[in-house]
Design a protein around this ligand. Structure first.
Ligand SMILES: [Cu+2]
Length: 468
């Protein structure tokens, strides 16, 4: 018997999300009824990042970054995902508390967008603030897939009140291009205790380097400048949409007043000269424009800035070559935005020791949590409503931007310093350092924890929790 169209598109409730229909290659890729509130079309994009320099990549809706998606907290939206590529895709709503089915991670058994197929579902956006959407495909050694591509877009969930008063709102996403394998290790900015080198240990394996660096898909000096006026308060929403790089950004002659981290307002907004963002971190910062001129907002790393990591900030009626002044080095400190009050005792403490097995020359490093690489059969149980303290003990020489899906966590101890009130979904744990965060799982279902450094996640650095 032939299935009717109505049967095919019958509504299926999945963990609180409504799956409105889906079809693969065999079915017509037309949406079931009318346009959705949000449509993302995954396909090839040509990005002119600089003069005579075009990148061919995969992106959303023909642009890199993809479209700015503005949603309202608690107001359900339908989402249409079309995939014009030959690879099944996973679209992850980073930083939102939504059901596993629509969160967009294979480890959570989320719905895929089939190659040349379509998927429609609905979700209820929360919490408010700067979120984003990106692919969750694992590229492994294929640097033309996953977060190496242009598949990322800002999602801004309108809060009831905006943090800080501002005259202009600017969204900036950083990304690197033309990745290659290298044996050169990224130097860390700060002093750190030297590792005790074990005998018989293999040397470090492949790292990833990049040739070109962009903000909003343009190398420094190629795109339109950020145009400002003297006296304006400009709210910058900054996203590190890198596959693997942790970055710093400065705007000489100005200070950033950090008002939110990962979209969540901080208890104590503070002024800083330099922002630091691990992969997938977001910073909202207000800049008072009181130093007229033409400036570079960019990375303090000279080579990376010369290769594009920056954007020009131009005051009205000012012209000339953009100025750069190297900022003083000062370590980024999450606790300066936090409170000093005592946090509640956790119901349970979960130690998470990060380890690395060196791959040796020409090999890939492998990553472990508590001595084990990822195993889908091993899903520790968590209870909704219970307060867990996750102790991130980084016993490697690399910085790890670790991310917990479908939840926000509270920083409670950073490098030995107690803190409270800073809510995040990614935290950058430097080499041989320890950070503690508390989480009270918000929803049932599979919840992925992983390093957001793509190359680390792909080679073992992940763990799925089962919340029930
Ligand atoms: Cu990592």
């Amino acid at each position: 018997m032939q299935k009717s169209r109505r049967d095919f598109f019958s509504d299926i409730a999945i963990g609180g999300a409504l799956l409105l229909g889906g079809c693969g290659r065999e079915q017509s890729p037309a949406p079931p009824a009318g346009p959705a509130d949000v449509t993302l079309r995954i396909g090839t994009v040509l990005v002119d990042i600089a003069k005579d320099h075009t990148i061919s990549t995969i992106g959303y809706n023909g642009s890199v970054p993809g479209p700015l998606i503005r949603l309202r907290e608690g107001v359900p939206v339908t989402v249409d995902l079309f995939n014009d590529t030959d690879t099944p895709e996973l679209v992850h709503w980073h930083g939102q508390i939504i059901p596993a089915a629509v969160d967009g991670a294979a480890e959570e058994k989320s719905l895929e967008v089939p190659a040349h197929g379509h998927l429609r579902y609905s979700l209820t956006p929360r919490p408010p603030g700067a979120r984003f959407v990106h692919t969750h495909v694992m590229p492994m050694a294929d640097l033309s897939l996953g977060t190496y591509t242009g598949q990322f877009a800002f999602v801004y969930i309108e809060p009831k009140t905006n943090p800080g008063q501002y005259d202009q709102e600017i969204f900036l996403a950083t990304h690197e291009w033309e990745p290659y394998f290298t044996t050169e290790e990224e130097e860390e900015e700060e002093e750190k205790p030297a590792p005790a080198k074990k005998k018989d240990e293999k040397p470090n394996g492949w790292e990833i380097g990049y040739q070109r660096f962009t903000i909003n898909g343009k190398c420094l000096g190629f795109g339109e400048p950020v145009r400002v006026k003297e006296g304006q308060r400009v709210l910058f929403h900054i996203l590190n949409a890198s596959a693997t790089e942790n970055i710093q950004l400065a705007l000489p002659g100005h200070q950033f007043q950090v008002v939110a981290l990962d979209g969540n307002p901080v208890p104590r907004p503070q002024f800083v000269d330099v922002l630091e963002l691990g992969t997938a971190e977001r910073v909202d910062a207000v800049v008072e424009m009181k130093n007229p001129g033409v400036w570079i907002l960019g990375t303090p790393k000279n080579d990376d800035r010369k290769n594009g990591m920056g954007i020009v900030v131009e005051y009205a009626n000012k012209s000339g070559a953009p100025r750069w002044i190297a900022p003083a080095r000062k370590p980024w400190d999450y606790t300066m935005f936090g409170e000093s009050h005592q946090v509640p005792n956790p119901d349970e403490v979960i130690p998470m020791v990060f380890g690395k097995i060196n791959g040796g020359t020409g090999g890939f490093n492998h990553w472990t949590i508590n001595g084990k690489g990822y195993d889908s059969k091993d899903a520790p149980r968590l209870q909704r409503g219970r307060r867990y303290r996750l102790v991130f003990d980084n016993q490697t020489d690399d910085a790890h931007p670790v991310h917990l899906h479908r939840n926000s966590f509270e920083l409670t101890n950073v490098y030995g310093k107690p803190t409270a009130g800073v809510l995040k979904d990614v935290v950058l744990v430097k080499g041989f350092r320890k950070i503690e965060v508390d989480v009270t799982p918000a929803m049932d279902g599979l919840t992925l924890f992983h390093c957001h450094q793509q190359f680390h996640m792909d080679y073992g650095f992940k763990l799925v929790f089962n919340v029930a």
